[in-house]
Design a protein around this ligand. Sequence first.
Ligand code: ADP
Ligand code: MG
Ligand code: MG
Length: 442
Amino acid sequence: MRTKEASNSAELLTYAPFTLFPTPVPKAVFRQAVDVQIHYNSLVDKISQSSDFLEEALASTIEVDEFTSRLFKIHKQILEEGRSQSVVLGLNRSDYMLDQRDDGSSALKQIEINTISASFGGLSAGVVNVHKHILKVAGRMEDSMAILDNNPGAGLARAIAKAKELYGSERAVVLILVSDDEQNIYDQRYIELELMKLNVRTIRRTFEDVCVRGSLDEDKRLFVDDMEVAVVYFRNGYVPQQYKSQQDWDTRLMLERSHAIKCPNIATHLTGTKKVQQVLAQPGVLERFFPTELHVVDQIRATFTGLYTLDMGPEGDKTVAMAIQDPERYVLKPQREGGGNNIYGAEICKVLQEAKGSERTAYILMDMIKPTSSHNYLLRRDGPLTVSNCLSELGVFGAYVRQGSTMVMNEQVGHLLRTKSSVHADGGVAAGVAVLDNPLLY
Ligand code: ADP
Ligand code: MG
Ligand code: MG
């Protein structure tokens, strides 16, 4: 990875942080996460096509949350104009923790689903060999052989290549929309290399590049530096700070309006909000998306923990009272990505008590998931080399391609285990808190 101090330079690099040993994960729970992924793919895809549902679910949020509101405005404009591309490409990662039950077993509970810029599908492949090696050195031959092969980046690339093929132009390229100060650039490069193996050409451009050197022709085909773009793969644009000016917003709109296949399109981006996650947990909502497949409803719902609305009204008032009564049991979540944005403990009371008007509707409340901890060494550039008490989060990558009403591809393409010291309530690898890991199934 690049370093924080020199995030736009290849001169000063460091290794992606990782655990010394893999972390034990129960086989059944791991399988459950893998098996439900194709249903999460379908769910995300169905929601992204249900404009009434999205509008209703996000109505209270967009009143107070400026970022979600701006995304929603683009979504509305696209709906009015009509989508100019019938191929949809979705790459997501559903994240879980294993909630500790009273009887000592653990239950798979979803933290969130990421529908834009879900990362570490590339670098996670490298940790497989690291742990295989370390276990051999430690004399644990059987465990070494039990580390699962894992190459999400290859699966993500396969879906991108499929979408590009359906776009139907040999010459057209895949545009990776990036920021100019990306520490995690090699995770993206990994996917580019996989695409190269599939003879798909990629270019990396920022919002600014596209703004200055990009345009739509009369058929809304997107051209950047005179190259036609088949697929726009967003690895930027998921937090407000990445839109540095109105121009960047205008550029996002131009990309959305274009005939290029967007990964994700604006509706799919909005589907990944925490507010949508909360609404999905309400009784009867999943059934709307799978009216004849109740086993799918059950499989998805089994991974939900308690999620509570903060909308204005008696339901939301009840949530506030509940949170203030016992804040340690909950997490307060805004509509943000990238780790480090959630609110915990006494701070929850403060935020909810001081919220004016309908400000509280920018958040949702969620049960705190309490996984069992394990001991490990977290290896990072400047961290101390001591045994930490650790918590892990399992992610499963999903990839799908739809053409019109036909699902052309719907797969689970690999996993990610991230582990952090239990002293941190929040924060991913990019936030400098979690490190890469592997599950050791038992
Ligand atoms: P982001 O989109 O910023 O990654 P997350 O919902 O993944 O937001 O929250 C960030 C981190 O906070 C997670 O990686 C996890 O460590 C912690 N976290 C989030 N929700 C919960 C929860 N319900 N219980 C326990 N920890 C949580
Ligand atoms: Mg997220
Ligand atoms: Mg997360």
